[in-house]
Design a protein around this ligand. Structure first.
Ligand SMILES: CC1(C)CO[C@@H](CC(=O)O)CN1
Length: 429
């Protein structure tokens, strides 16, 4: 028979400081199509999305939320926003209309605050996802004296607070803290003066070249000094030397050996987790084939240049997560002679049911296992890379849920001499 329609709202940044909607909207639409192909998901219904562009601006994002709310048809939940700055506003307001909000792109730790964002979930991990991995590596290398350098942005401040807390619990001291607003030169000089050896640096890509050029001047680099920075800059970010007074050679020396961490956004589903032996061969072959194909397609169409390409699997999985949760809710409602069609903005009854269903999410998606913690935050694996000869090499992956560190590499230091976290006073013989 004829399908009845259900609608969700969508807010995507198609331009602006993070135009991640360019990669994420197509992925969300792909998933919506796949979901509507499934007869066992919301049987009798077609799930539709009304998607609007926030331009990554909070004010415009709120205007789009009102546009979704004040125009028929009723939307039963909201997919997005992408940018943290927009989610910080929309996530608080949408709750007043009893909408569950499922973001695919927001990383700010502030969004984990359930008092401010009671109905907010995200398939994009919080920026604090890096911290358990950093602490794991500090412990593995026996470093208990750490330095931090950050640009003054709220997302970095709250990430550092979380890192400090986890370090304290692990008996690791943050002995040196340096901040900068704009120009990082003095802050980097300060690290040198305080003999910082193991440094966690949180800043955006445009400041990273200035930091490392100054690090070169201060001889604050590998292997005597070890940097841990964010892993989601563009691959050869360090070659962009204009605006600094360093040559490409000097920048290459400065960035050699540094580590990066980043949330895994594309499933690393390893064939060795497939149970039966003979399947492994075919899966490995197919997997390598599909990875090679994907990389070729990526290269041919410069897909990785599309902002939001790396987060696209998060948007794809967000649609699946909300479809599965709506399906579970609809089944429960129908048992009581009710339906999602009766959803309205003035009652919180269905929002609570949809939230509980979303809480139980647990499926293997395009971005890996999709699970939310009690704050509605995505738990994901973290990939660790190290810069070797101007190229990043994956050295490991950490699953903080199972405290499972999978190392690809065994040697990290030249002639296996591990850097120290402080000056070692030679003992009197
Ligand atoms: C890894 C990154 C680039 C972090 O910022 C996210 C956007 C945001 O938090 O505003 C998108 N993903």
């Amino acid at each position: 028979g004829l399908l009845k329609n259900l609608y969700i709202g969508g807010i995507f940044p198609l331009n602006g400081s993070w135009a991640g909607g360019r990669g994420c909207l197509p992925a969300a639409l792909m998933a919506l199509h796949a979901v509507n192909e499934r007869a066992d998901i919301l049987p009798g219904y077609r799930l539709n999305m009304v998607a609007l562009n926030s331009e990554c601006k909070p004010g415009l994002g709120m205007a789009k939320l009102y546009q979704l709310l004040y125009n028929d048809p009723v939307k039963i939940m909201l997919l997005g926003p992408g940018c943290s700055t927009v989610s910080t506003f929309v996530g608080q307001a949408a709750w007043m209309w009893n909408l569950v909000v499922l973001s695919y792109g927001s990383s700010s730790p502030a969004l984990s605050n359930k008092a401010r964002f009671p109905s907010f979930f995200r398939t994009h991990p919080s920026a604090t996802i890096h911290n358990p991995t950093r602490v794991k590596l500090f412990k593995m290398f026996n470093w208990t004296r750490i330095a931090t350098l950050q640009d003054t942005h709220e997302v970095f401040t709250s990430t550092m607070e979380d890192l400090e807390e986890r370090c304290k619990q692990a008996g690791i001291e943050i002995a040196v803290r340096a901040n900068f607003l704009g120009d990082p030169v003095d802050a980097v000089r300060n690290l040198k003066k305080q003999d910082a050896r193991i440094i966690v640096g949180l800043f955006y890509e445009d400041k990273a070249t200035k930091v490392f050029c100054q690090a070169y001047k201060e001889k604050l680099f590998y292997p005597r000094h070890v940097w841990f920075i964010l892993g989601w800059y563009s691959d050869n970010w360090y070659t962009n030397v204009n605006g600094t007074n360093c040559t490409l050679e000097e920048m290459k020396a400065a960035v050699e050996g540094h580590f990066t961490t980043e949330g895994v956004m594309r499933s690393l589903y390893r064939a060795d987790q497939i149970v039966s032996g003979e399947v492994v061969e075919t899966v490995l072959k197919n997997m390598n084939e599909s990875i090679k194909n994907a990389e070729r397609i990526e290269k041919d169409h410069q897909l990785s240049e599309v902002v939001g390409f790396q987060e696209a699997p998060l948007a794809y999985d967000a649609v699946w997560a909300l479809a599965l949760a709506l399906n579970k809710t609809q089944t429960a409602l129908q048992r009581r002679g009710k339906s999602l069609e009766e959803f309205n903005y003035t009652s919180n009854e269905m929002m609570i049911e949809i939230s509980q269903a979303l809480n139980d999410t647990n499926f293997m998606g395009a971005s890996g296992q999709v699970i939310f913690n009690d704050k509605g935050d995505r738990i994901s694996w973290v990939q660790i890379e190290q810069m070797k000869g101007g190229r990043y090499e994956r050295v490991g992956v950490y699953d903080s849920m199972k405290d499972n560190l999978l190392l690809d590499a065994q040697e990290f230091w030249p002639n296996n001499r591990k850097p120290e976290d402080r000056k070692i006073i030679q003992k009197e013989m």
